[in-house]
Design a protein around this ligand. Structure first.
Ligand code: SME
Length: 166
């Protein structure tokens, strides 16, 4: 397996296409979903600047269960409709939180988190889970990040054989 190097620039036009290319290369060489999801979370954590957590919560048919991630240990179960992750899963909509301390019901896992983006993972109209990314910087995630990360979530859904229900 080839080494992964940081992108040559952290500007979104350079960074996100680079992450996409690295992910497609990495995920194409393995079929096991746990290994691929673990490497996908690690890729985001390693390549994206100013993050403290990146990972998956997967739907078990009733609630969200912690999946592979990069960062500190986190809450293991989140009810649908609770916290940013549960809201995103319920609405099936990306939620960008500029300041987590202002978000009603935000679930704090890492005290260093100040902003967050959660992208729902939906395939064939079925909820698979969410991709959750946290930053210590307030307002870290902007519109260009949302668009790029939604595309990256689609790449993950195309290349990772997530179980429909964990
Ligand atoms: N902040 C999330 C919980 C998960 S941790 O950020 C990893 C939420 O409010 O749903």
């Amino acid at each position: 397996m080839a080494c992964m190097y940081p992108a040559t620039s952290s500007s979104p036009e350079i960074l996100y296409p680079y992450i996409e290319k690295e992910l497609i290369k990495l995920l194409g060489s393995e079929t096991n979903w746990i290994s691929n999801a673990a490497n996908a979370a690690s890729t985001l954590g390693f390549l994206m600047p100013m993050l403290n957590w990146a990972g998956f919560y997967l739907y078990d048919g009733s609630e969200l269960i912690l999946g592979p991630f990069w960062g500190k240990p986190a809450v293991t179960r989140i009810q649908i409709g609770k916290g940013v992750c549960g809201d995103s899963a319920k609405l099936r909509k990306t939620i960008v939180v500029e300041d987590v301390h202002q978000y009603p019901g935000h679930i704090a896992c890492d005290l260093f988190s100040n902003s967050e983006i959660v992208i729902p993972l939906v395939k064939n109209n079925q909820l698979i889970g969410v991709l959750d990314i946290d930053s210590p910087e307030i307002g870290r995630f902007q519109e260009d990040d949302r668009i790029a990360l939604e595309k990256i979530a689609t790449i993950m859904l195309d290349h990772i054989d997530f179980p429909t229900i964990v």
